[in-house]
Design a protein around this ligand. Structure first.
Ligand code: NGQ
Ligand code: ZN
Length: 451
């Protein structure tokens, strides 16, 4: 059985030293702090659990930075979406695999050990399914097999262009499914993730705009286990459309229509009333916050102080992958609340520091949202390890919670040194073992798309 003694580790009970961890078949078999015996492998640095990235559209990594010009008097989410649709039109399985692999390499190097891929570009450019209707989903799983990242694959159900079953637009035809075609894509995704060391399949009705309540009921019943993710209340226009169509705001409408429980992950949930905040917090669902993308797209600020005060669960996602970084997501989440409130340490739960509070909440919420046993260093959990180099200039001289604070709030470089997923080392000395190959494949696609 492989084992290692880590100099220091964040266990469920807190910081411990000389922690022996043994693992078997990808799962932690034993955790023993204050280990005094001999050890073949001693790993210096500070061990923390792997965090699940609960929301990604991998292909969007390929157009990061391409929408930073104002094309008209007012630029906003919906104009960005038009540009994003044009980019999506150029995807095929081979390009998607290359882009997803680089995105996953960057996720792993930043401290994420698994990703929930909210996957909706299913069909050929003219809207016809590929011979294997799951070909695009399989491409994401093939990237994960190469990078070693844990993968919760979430095939997206997309049927309408807006509330009241408005017809889908031209730019959306690659996304569209009826429930039968969708079920075939889910089957393909299950086969592909079943072959991974850390894999899972769930479902993702895209939004209340793209899936109606009857479809939501059908899908959640037909795919009776595994995570259910949905985009909700990200933009004020979406809230207004929902109110016009249903008489209710999106989160209230969802909760009035379905039994929203811990299977659910509500992506963004930016525009919510106090009543909606309380309903979400009481439900056991995870709110999927994507602060880097939400800032980039001008979405608005989630009321995280109110929500966490009520015990609401949350995690973070890199979403548009405009910039992939676990610490940046956590930092921006906290900083948004500080800017609004003109106060500091808004999300801390003393005596824990802000960094520790953020890190542990995102690790727990990410694991729940992905439906994978990560985010904790305990027997039975996935052997997902992130080792911080505490000799790095950003961390040197810090200890305990101070290491997490320095990593999240004050590190210019990247102090993540080693990363293991399901017991397999994928990042060594800060660099993914397949980075060179992933960069080369990505560069070929990026040049092709720019030509
Ligand atoms: C998406 N992304 O599906 O990629 C969405 C935009 C939509 C973000 N919201 C499209 N970040 O919501 O209709
Ligand atoms: Zn999204």
């Amino acid at each position: 059985m492989p084992e290692a003694v880590f100099e220091r580790a964040l266990l469920p009970e807190g910081w411990r030293e000389k922690v022996r961890i043994a693992w078997e078949a990808g799962r932690i078999a034993a955790v023993e702090p204050d280990f005094g015996g001999p050890a073949e492998t001693r790993i210096a640095g500070t061990l923390v659990p792997g965090t699940g990235n609960l929301h990604s559209h991998a292909f969007q990594r390929g157009f990061a930075g391409l929408t930073e010009r104002r094309g008209q008097a007012s630029d906003h989410f919906w104009t960005w979406r038009e540009a994003m649709y044009r980019f999506a039109g150029a995807m095929n399985p081979q390009r998607l695999k290359a882009i997803a692999a680089l995105a996953q390499v960057e996720m792993l190097e930043s401290g994420f050990t698994a990703v929930a891929e909210f996957h909706y570009v299913h069909h050929q450019p003219d809207g016809r399914p590929y011979d294997d209707p799951a070909a695009m989903a399989v491409a994401v799983a093939e990237a994960a097999a190469e990078t070693g990242i844990g993968l919760t694959l979430l095939p997206v159900f997309y049927a309408h262009g807006g509330f009241s079953d408005r017809p889908a637009g031209e730019g959306q035809k690659r996304f569209l499914c009826d429930p039968d075609l969708f079920a075939r894509i889910v089957e393909g995704a299950k086969a592909a993730t079943g072959a991974l060391a850390s894999g899972r399949t769930g479902i993702a009705p895209h939004s209340l705009r793209a899936a109606n309540v009857a479809e939501l009921r059908l899908l959640t019943a037909a795919h009776g286990d595994g995570p259910v993710h949905i985009h909700i209340a990200e933009q004020t226009a979406e809230v207004a459309d929902c109110e016009a169509a249903t008489g209710r705001r999106p989160v209230d409408y969802l909760f009035d229509s379905l039994d929203v429980d811990s299977r659910w992950c509500l992506i963004h949930a930016t525009h919510v009333t106090a009543g909606e905040v309380a309903r979400m917090a009481a439900s056991g669902a995870v709110v999927g916050l994507c602060p880097v993308t939400e800032a980039d797209l001008g979405d608005g600020l989630f009321p995280a102080v109110d929500y966490t005060t009520l015990g609401g669960r949350w995690g973070v996602g890199s979403d548009s992958n405009v910039l992939i970084s676990l610490p940046q997501e956590l930092r921006l989440l906290e900083q948004g609340q500080r800017l609004r409130d003109r106060a500091r340490n808004r999300l801390a739960k003393p005596p824990l520091s802000t960094g520790r509070t953020l890190f542990e909440a995102a690790a727990a919420g990410g694991a729940q949202a992905l439906g994978l046993p990560l985010g904790v260093l305990a027997t039975g959990a996935s052997a997902d390890f992130v080792v911080l180099d505490d000799d790095h200039p950003a961390l040197v001289g810090r200890s305990g919670d101070g290491l997490l604070d320095a990593w999240i709030f004050a590190a210019a470089g990247n102090p993540v040194r080693d990363v293991f997923v399901a017991g397999r080392q994928v990042v060594k000395d800060g660099v993914h073992v397949a980075r060179a190959a992933a960069e080369a494949a990505f560069a070929a696609v990026a040049r092709e798309l720019a030509a």
